[in-house]
Design a protein around this ligand. Structure first.
Ligand SMILES: Nc1ncnc2c1ncn2[C@@H]1O[C@H](COP(=O)(O)OP(=O)(O)OP(=O)(O)O)[C@@H](O)[C@H]1O
Length: 223
């Protein structure tokens, strides 16, 4: 896949009189995983929705390879794993794969995946939480988009599935740029090439875990 560079620039978002995102700049390129940390309510989901293009805002410049896009998702440039399941609950996995994945080769890749092939005839409601999250992630990673945004992929997931999700993210980051956010900061740090902390409406690059203590994101001595 050719190289793509995503730049989310000058992002401002206010709620009433409160400034939530204050002139944010965030960059991600294909081949890397960018981890986004932040406290509850710091604006992580809001930022991802703005980058995806589903949430309008006062000001933003979303550029991909220098070209400005208002709604990148309408151009097949970005996929987004939201916190809530986005799949129709009464369809079988086979049907969903046929609907979601345009490429024949990638449809086979998802159908033949060892974690998925046992469940193909099941409906979405018959999957466990971990199986569902894994399936959603696999679907998104097999879209033709160069970028994927992942909002809390580890939430409610048991340790063994977390490991598998991390492996999946690492595997697909060879061909995609991935921005991932979660409260499980250890998993985020492990899976990411770079980590950013969203605090007071700004993005701070994090070089080591002790900085998370300095910013009071984690309690000191709890690393
Ligand atoms: N439509 C809305 N109307 C009013 N306030 C909103 C709306 N959407 C989000 N907010 C507020 O914006 C803030 C940021 O929300 P957001 O979901 O982006 O945070 P987050 O960092 O993803 O939080 P969490 O980690 O808890 O999911 C919160 O205080 C939230 O209550």
């Amino acid at each position: 896949m050719p190289e793509f560079i995503l730049e989310a620039d000058s992002i401002i978002y206010t709620i009433g009189t409160k400034s939530l995102l204050n002139d944010i700049y965030l960059k991600c390129q294909t081949g890397e995983v960018v981890g986004l940390l932040g406290s509850n309510g710091s604006g992580k989901s809001t930022l991802l929705k703005i980058i995806f293009g589903s949430l309008p805002t006062d000001h933003k410049h979303i550029r991909i390879n220098g070209q400005v896009y208002n709604q990148p998702f309408t151009h097949d440039l970005i996929g987004y794993l939201s916190q809530d399941s986005f799949l129709p609950s009464n369809l079988s996995l086979t049907t969903i794969i046929d609907i979601f994945i345009p490429s024949t080769e990638k449809r086979s890749r998802v159908r033949d995946h060892q974690r998925i092939k046992l469940h193909l005839k099941k409906r979405v409601t018959q999957l466990s939480g971990g199986e569902l999250r894994y399936f959603e992630l696999l679907l998104l990673l097999n879209l033709n988009t160069p970028f994927v945004l992942l909002d809390e992929p580890f939430s409610g997931i048991e340790p063994i599935f977390k490991e598998q999700i991390k492996q999946l993210v690492k595997e697909y980051s060879r061909e995609k740029g991935i921005i991932i956010t979660d409260h499980d900061y250890r998993q985020i740090i492990e899976v990411s090439d770079r980590t950013i902390l969203l605090i007071n409406g700004a993005c701070k690059p994090i070089k080591n875990v002790s900085e998370l203590e300095d910013y009071n994101y984690i309690p000191s001595g709890k690393r």
